[in-house]
Design a protein around this ligand. Sequence first.
Ligand code: NAD
Length: 494
Amino acid sequence: MKGKHYIGGQWASPASAETFDVINPSTEQLIEKVSAGNAQDVDAAVLAARKAFDEGPWPRMSGAERAGYLHKIAGIINRRLDELAKIEVLNNGKPYPEAKWDIEDTEGTFTFYAGLAEQMEPDKEEPIALTEPGFSSKAVQDPIGVAGAIIPWNFPLLMAAWKVAPALAAGCTMVLKPSEITPLTALALAEIVEEAGLPAGVLNIVTGLGSVAGQALAEHRGVDKLAFTGSVPTGSHIMREAARDIKNISLELGGKSPFVIFADSDIERAVEWIMFGIFWNQGQVCSATSRVLVEEPLYSALLKRLVEEAQKITIGDGAEEGVLLGPLVNANQYRKVVLAIERSVAEGATLVTGGKRPQGLDRGYFLEPTILADMDEDSDVWCEEIFGPVVCIKPFSSEADAIRMANDSRFGLAAAVMSKDEARCERVARAFRAGIVWVNCSQPTFVEAPWGGYKQSGIGRELGVWGLNNYLETKQITRYESDEPWGWYIKQVS
Ligand code: NAD
C-alpha cells in the first residue's frame, strides 16, 4: 500500500511525512514517492516483531504449520509472477527475462524453506555422549528471536526472500528494511504475506534511508540478530553497531571474483560464461566475474572473441524484448562506474571496448559492456569492486601463478575455473580462498547450496540448511540422572 509501512499485520501510517523518490533507471523518471521511515517507525516495527516472538503463536507452532504459510506465500508469488517481474524491471532496470528468473527463484526460496520447516519437529533433539557418569545431555534448537534484515538493490525481492524465508521457517520474527533505491517489491511482499494470513508481527516491513531507518534497526536493542547484505563499508559499520549489545550477525558483502581459464578450454564456452558472469544484471552482482585470468597461449584469441561478442549485446530498457543489458541502477552508480573506468585508463589500463554511453540512448543510466586489459595487479580496477558491466582481463603463465593472482584479494566471495583437465580443476577449486567455487561455469546459484564469502566478503552462509542455521540457537539440556546424591561439593566443604 502506497506511503505506508507494514507493521504488526497492519498498514501503518508513517511517523513523519518525509518521502524519498523512487526512479526508473531506464527513463530517469519518478515512479513514485515512498515513505522515509524513521527511528519511531522502526521502533514500532521491532516492538511488533518482539510481541509476535515473545507472546505470539509463530515460534510455538510446529515447523509443518509454519511451512503451510510459506507454501501459501510461494503460491501467491507464483500467481503474481509477471507483475512482480515487471516491477523489478521498472525499478531496478534489469531485463525482463532476468527479472522473471529472480521472481521464480524467490518462489523457489519460499518453497525450499517450507520443505526444511516441514522436517523441523518441535521435540527434535540430538543426544550428546558424555564421559561423566550420572549425567545425560542433549542438544535442541530454538529460533534466535527477532531478526533485522537490511538488503541491497541488485536483486530486490530475491535478497528479501533469502532472509525472510529461512528466518520464518526457523520460527523467528523479522523487520525488513529494503534498499531505498528499490523498495517496491518489498512493499508487494507485505501485501503477499497479508494475503497469506501470516500472524500479525511475524514480518514487518519499513521503507527508508539506510542512514536513518537502517541505522535505527541496526542499533535497536529489541533486535536479536542482524542479517545484512550490501557493501563492505556498510557491513563493517553494522558490525560495529551489533557489537554494542552483542547481536548475532551475518554479513553478505562484496566481491571481486576471479575466473581462471586454462589454455585447453573450449574458447566459445569460456566466452559464454564470462559474458554471462559479468554482463547479467549489468554486472551489479556481488559474485560477478570481474577478474578474468587466461593462460597465455589462449589469451589473445579469447580476448578477441570476447570483444566481438560484447559488442553484439543489445542494450536498452529492460522491458523491451531482446534487451540483454539494461541501465545501471541510478545516477550515483553510473558515475561511480564511469569514474572507475576513467581512472583505470589514466593509470595505464587499456580500454579494449565500451566505457561510454551507447549511441542513441540519451536518457537512462546506460553503459556499454566494457573490457579492460593491461592493468597492474595492484591497481584499483583489478582489486576493487566496480559493480558494473566492466571486466578486467589478464594473462597468466602457470597454475601456481593463477592461484596466487586469484587469491591475492581482500575479497573471497566466489571464484571459477575452466579446464578440460578434471584433476586440475579440482586442485584449483580446493586452492581458491572463496566461499563459492564454480568449475567450467560461472554464476549458477542454487537454493540448496551454501552462499557466502571468505575474508572481507562476509560472515556466515545463506541458502541451504546453512541459511536456516543462521536463525537458530543451539541449547544443551543436561540432566542429573542418578538417584544418589552427587556429594562432590559437600565433600569439599566438610
Ligand atoms: P549498501 O551497503 O550501500 O546498502 C545496503 C543496505 O544497507 C541498504 O538497504 C541501505 O539502505 C542500508 N544502509 C546503508 N547505510 C546504513 C546504515 N548506516 N545502517 C544500516 N543500514 C544502512 O549496498 P548496496 O549499494 O545497496 O548494494 C551493493 C553491495 O551489496 C555490493 O557491494 C555487493 O557486492 C553487495 N551484495 C552482496 C551480496 C552477497 O550475497 N554477498 C549480494 C548482493 C549484493
